[in-house]
Ligand binder design. Structure first.
Ligand code: P6P
Length: 339
């Protein structure tokens, strides 16, 4: 009886790369390096309570948020791993005000740029709530052999060639897409490998979960207020009232809704007139994964997130993503009730 053996991340990437237009093994190498960095960060996240890496690093990032030491650590780990891959010529990171250009000879020849949120949901780090890493991969537009330029990063999400997230939760998972569906891997600590656990993730067309920070209610557009009331009304036929689930970590809230069905909304508010979430390294990658799993990712006004032309690397957008029918219903309220 052959022993049952799970497939590792590297084995699946190699299997799939032949179906991928940019085969050459480059993307495989890149995803393997991201997997390695995720394992290194995971080790520290799992013992954050024990090692003196909690608390603030006494810096403030461009978001004006105090950088937790683990944020800074994760940023350094992913930058090091992406640079070591030799195929990435630069990154845009939530933790760095400007793009980080890799100007060593090997990296100058790199074909890709990566947008990354090294540790999303950082306010949850020292209270032991799930956090995540989110990444988005583009082919560079600038000529190889030269330094990466800002234009390499200001591409619409439809140009992503890969995207994914790592969720550091009750188990550590890596979920990614290269446009051939959304695939999930679970870290098996005993062998230190991400093993295939969700070969082809499809999100339910409808769900019963809505995820939004209702503390901002009075500052929401009228359309969002009306949609929330719709979610809370009694209606057996449409399984309402829905359940509210929001933990303040996009990756964790999105991952739960991806599996069970649900909608995540971060609309524009008075304090965040363009929304709070970042287009390049939060919304575009999540949008790619959502659409590949049969869901939607729009801005609340019927515009696909992935069709937005970025104008700056830390640009914010309003974000409605998850089960197709729920996003459509929410946007109908936005259309009807407006801002
Ligand atoms: P709020 C974390 O800072 C984040 O970018 C997402 O992970 C999360 O969903 C959202 O912001 C939380 O924002 O304003 O509800 O605390």
């Amino acid at each position: 009886m052959p022993a049952f053996r799970v497939l590792t991340l590297n084995e699946v990437i190699i299997q799939k790369q032949s179906a991928f237009p940019y085969a050459k093994g480059e993307l495989s190498r890149l995803l393997s390096h991201i997997g390695l960095a995720a394992k290194i960060v995971n080790k520290q996240v799992n013992k954050a309570g024990l090692v003196n890496i909690l608390g603030e690093a006494h810096h403030v990032n461009i978001q004006g948020e105090a950088q937790q030491k683990l944020d800074v650590y994760a940023d350094e780990v992913f930058i090091k791993a992406l640079k070591a891959s030799g195929i990435v010529c630069g990154i845009a990171s939530e933790e760095n005000d400007e793009i980080v250009i890799f100007d060593d000879d090997l990296s100058l020849d790199g074909s890709y740029v990566v947008c990354i949120d090294p540790l999303d949901g950082s306010s949850n780090i020292d209270v032991n709530v799930s956090i995540g890493t989110i990444f988005s991969v583009f082919r560079r537009l600038s000529p190889k052999g030269q330094k990466a330029t800002i234009e390499d990063f200001l591409q619409p999400g439809t140009k992503q060639i890969a995207a994914g997230y790592v969720i550091y939760g009750s188990s550590t998972m890596l979920v990614y897409t290269t446009g051939l569906g959304t695939t999930g891997f679970t870290l098996e600590p005993s062998i230190g490998e991400f093993c295939l656990s969700h070969p082809y993730m499809v999100t339910p067309k409808s769900g019963k979960i809505y995820s939004i920070n209702e503390g901002n209610y009075i500052r929401f557009p009228q359309g969002v207020k009306s949609y929330l009331k719709y979610c809370q009304e009694e209606d057996k036929e449409t399984s309402r009232p829905y359940t509210s689930r929001y933990i303040g970590s996009l990756v964790a809230d999105f991952h739960r809704n991806l599996l069970k069905g649900g909608i995540y909304i971060y609309p524009k508010t008075a304090s965040n007139p363009n929304g709070k979430l970042r287009l390049l390294y939060e919304c575009n990658p999540i949008a790619f994964l959502a659409e590949q799993a049969g869901g939607l990712a729009n801005d609340g006004y019927g515009n696909r997130i992935m069709e937005i032309q970025p104008t700056s690397i830390h640009q914010r957008v309003s974000f409605f993503t998850g089960s197709k029918n729920m996003v459509i219903t929410a946007e109908n309220f936005m259309k009807e009730m407006g801002d």
